[in-house]
Design a protein around this ligand. Structure first.
Ligand code: SR1
Length: 320
């Protein structure tokens, strides 16, 4: 139940600009759906733009949000060098900011992340168990994306700690058809390295692409995939008969979108928000999904309530 009255500004109408780097793919679609649902329940008008992978376009969209004096701005992904100049302008103009998965370069912005180190640790724990701690592994990574860079730090340390694990190929691309591009690369890497036991693919579009490659080559009995993120479509891929994707470390993406909007709303209301918000992930395994008869995200969050985090950036005037 609400513990505070709705701030007057929220009755008048609050405009929050959501400035995205990427928008295609299950993760980003679910994240947006969560953000939109939370905005609607808080009476916030979300003004959404996407760079569609074009960093200059994202920077322009961000400049525009600053010039149009949004009540708050959420920057969703992006490369530090392209978004930080406009973030600084927003901060100097006193516009509250939430930066998700991008380094804002200023302590004035609230930094929202998933616990990416934990995501990688959970997935790699499963990989270690599945491989017995040794074997050839293909790694899927693209540098420059803050969450992937943090997961990469864990992978780098994991290889040092587990000398039996050998990275035989690194592949990766992020674009509007990431899964199919990664599928082509994974197929070539698997053909060049016939002994591969596992693929570490810590982004669901990477894992989906890797799964396509393994299936096309008929290697399901030999190669297992350890991924990140989840969606109802991903659950379908993980649980289909003979699927090579055996584990994924994940938050609920729509919950993260909700948190971003709650944090922005709190800042608009002048409420205190912790400077760093970190959303904890959970490991979800193929066995758990199959045994639990879990076919979609709603069933998953019911089975794993830790994926729902209502106390992160709780809004005191909201009904729930
Ligand atoms: C291209 S970056 C993709 C990642 O962003 C979010 O952190 C998701 O977890 C996804 O894996």
């Amino acid at each position: 139940a609400p513990t505070a009255a709705v701030p007057p500004k929220f009755a008048e109408g609050v405009r929050v600009a959501l400035v995205r780097q990427l928008s295609s793919g299950d993760y980003f679609e679910q994240w947006l759906a969560g953000a939109q649902a939370e905005a609607e329940s808080l009476n916030v008008k979300l003004e959404i733009s996407s760079g569609d992978g074009n960093n200059d376009k994202q920077a322009l969209n961000l400049e525009q949000a600053v010039n149009q004096k949004a009540d708050a701005i959420i920057v969703d992904h992006g490369f530090a060098q392209t978004v930080q100049p406009a973030i600084k302008k927003a901060a100097d103009a006193g516009i509250p900011l939430v930066a998700f998965d991008v380094d804002p370069g200023t302590p004035k912005a609230v930094s929202l992340t998933q616990d990416d180190h934990k995501i990688a640790e959970l997935a790699l724990g499963a990989l270690k168990e599945g491989t017995g701690g040794s074997g050839d592994v293909i790694y899927v990574y693209v540098a420059g994306f803050a969450p992937l860079d943090r997961r990469n730090e864990v992978w780098t340390q994991f290889k040092k700690d587990n000398p039996g694990i050998k990275e035989v190929a690194q592949i990766g691309v992020v674009n509007n058809s990431t899964a199919s591009a990664v599928a082509d690369q994974a197929k070539a890497a698997l053909q060049a390295n016939p002994g591969v036991k596992a693929i570490f693919a810590p982004y669901d579009e990477f894992a989906k692409g890797a799964a396509i490659a393994v299936k096309e080559l008929g290697l399901q009995g030999q190669v297992k995939i350890y991924g990140a993120d989840i969606s109802t479509a991903d659950i379908g891929v993980i649980t289909e008969p003979n699927s090579p994707w055996v584990a994924t470390a994940t938050t609920d993406p729509s919950n993260v979108g909700r948190i971003a909007v709650r944090a922005a709303a709190l800042l608009v209301a002048g409420e205190r928000v912790a400077p760093e918000l970190k959303v904890p992930p959970a490991l979800v395994t193929q066995r758990q999904l199959r045994d639990g008869g879990i076919a979609g995200i709603e069933q998953l969050t019911a089975a794993v309530p830790a994926l729902t985090t209502p106390d992160v950036a709780r809004v005191p005037w909201a009904a729930s």
